[in-house]
Write a protein of this length. Structure first.
Length: 456
């Protein structure tokens, strides 16, 4: 202990004179430090996936837990039967708080060259890093009071007068706007809003005084980990990048955009033996229309529509289901469509009110009697969500220019239209020895979130 104390004293003696004469420390470039501190206090009525901090979908209301935990990584688990109405998903409630959405970032801009080129870089992080050691039984919750850092955005951008090249982790080109949710962190993922952040190289061109923007990006379709002991990402296994593209017109608050993507995955199939074989391919694509329209100074409406296939992963569609093996043994991408719409009202300078709706609608016919993600989840398609819908309303009050309080109501409705007595398998609670016919009720969750923000 004595040696450590003397070491600290020596370091302080050496550094204090240096710090005293240093004054302010500045970068040689322009640095914008930004972000916000946020606390969410959440009351949730109904059990939800993945939990309380945020919601993506709701399990059937008349069950305990999930209808088939094989859908979430365990190939051997079966349904857990309710032992009383008070234990069913729709009767569950929970309360919790989290500050993990707090974030900070740096935008660093260099000087313009004589040739008119400007470069900048961004680094942005939050506290939604994954902690595999979280256990409620350990009498501690390390994620909530010691959230791990997570990289959000990290890119270099080279900009000319009417063009730019971006390289790094950034928001996708597809679906460039989001519904105005204040309490649910994913902003509509898997409930009508596509798009996430991914490593990419993006080329952008501008016209009409930069009102018109053309974009092309190359990134990797992050696929599914395959089974049989091989750590293979099916998106990267294809051996070529995914492609995104978009055209956007924006002027004086009005924004209209068409965006899309195309990619392929190379998967491992079990059709030629127990160990399977590589080389089967399944495509992924989307077509997306986005619009935002101001109506005077106090009203704005916005929304998006999408349609496509194999939209799982960072594309955030179809509740993380991308492809399936149909009843004939053929592999095909799962089709999905949907979107969202919202309205923003500003009755006073320091008050904002938002309300909206979202929908993620999966192909019922494809799911029926199919197997989802063979080799990984192996979930019967009859058990999957066929529609995922949300309704929301929130109000925000600016206490000061930097401090805001928001209150949000969010309802998520997950439908299981194929999970009837006719289609549910015996292992999942349908017809079978000693197991009565049972139909899945819709999963319904009502979520109320009070949030405190300090924006800097």
């Amino acid at each position: 202990m004595g040696k450590k104390v003397w070491l600290v004293v020596l370091m302080a003696a050496l550094l204090c004179p240096l710090l005293a004469g240093a004054g302010e420390v500045k970068s040689k470039y322009d640095v914008d430090f930004y972000g916000y501190v946020k606390l969410d206090a959440i009351y949730q009525m109904g059990y939800a996936f993945p939990g309380l901090d945020f919601i993506l979908n709701a399990p059937p209301g008349n069950y305990v837990g999930f209808p088939n935990n094989a859908a979430y990584g365990s190939a051997t688990s079966t349904i857990r039967r309710p032992r009383g109405d008070e234990q069913e998903n729709r009767d569950a409630d929970a309360f919790g708080m989290t500050a993990r959405q707090s974030r900070f970032g740096f935008l660093i801009t260099g000087p313009q060259t004589d040739g008119g080129i400007t470069t900048r870089a961004r680094l942005e992080m939050d506290f939604y890093g994954y902690d595999p050691g979280r256990k409620a039984s350990s009498n501690q919750d390390p994620i909530e009071n010691s959230g791990e850092l997570r990289l959000r955005r990290a890119y270099v951008e080279i900009m000319g007068d009417n063009w730019s090249v971006l390289a790094g982790n950034e928001w996708m080109v597809i679906s460039p706007i989001f519904p105005m949710l204040t309490g649910n962190y994913p902003y509509g993922a898997d409930i009508g809003s596509l798009g996430y952040r991914t490593p990419q190289i993006r080329l952008t061109g501008y016209a009409l005084d930069k009102k018109l923007k053309l974009e092309v990006a190359f990134d990797n379709k992050l696929g599914d980990p395959e089974a049989f002991g091989f750590d293979v990402d099916t998106g990267r296994a294809f051996g070529a990048p995914a492609y995104e593209y978009g055209i956007t017109y924006a002027s004086e608050g009005l924004m209209i955009a068409y965006t899309g993507h195309w990619a392929e995955e190379e998967i491992q199939s079990t059709r030629r033996g127990n160990l399977g074989h590589f080389g089967e391919r399944v495509n992924s694509y989307s077509n997306n229309v986005s619009i935002k329209v101001p109506i005077g100074d106090a009203i704005a409406i916005g929304g998006e529509y999408f349609e496509g296939a194999n939209l799982d992963g960072w594309i955030t569609g179809a509740q993380e289901n991308g492809w399936l093996m149909n009843r004939h043994g053929d592999i095909e991408p799962l089709h999905c469509s949907g979107g969202w719409a919202d309205i923003e009202l500003k009755p006073m300078d320091n008050v904002k009110i938002n309300g909206g709706w979202g929908l993620d609608d999966v192909s019922d016919n494809q799911l029926r009697l199919a197997t989802l993600k063979p080799g990984y989840y192996g979930m019967p398609g009859d058990l999957a969500i066929t529609k995922n819908q949300m309704w929301f309303a929130n109000v925000g009050y600016n206490v000061t220019s930097s401090t805001m309080i928001t209150m949000e109501w969010l309802q998520v409705i997950s439908e299981y239209e194929n999970a009837t007595a006719k289609h549910v398998t015996a292992a999942a609670g349908g017809p079978g020895p000693g197991i009565p016919h049972r139909q899945f009720d819709n999963g319904v969750v009502n979520r109320y979130t009070l949030s405190f923000w300090y924006i800097f």
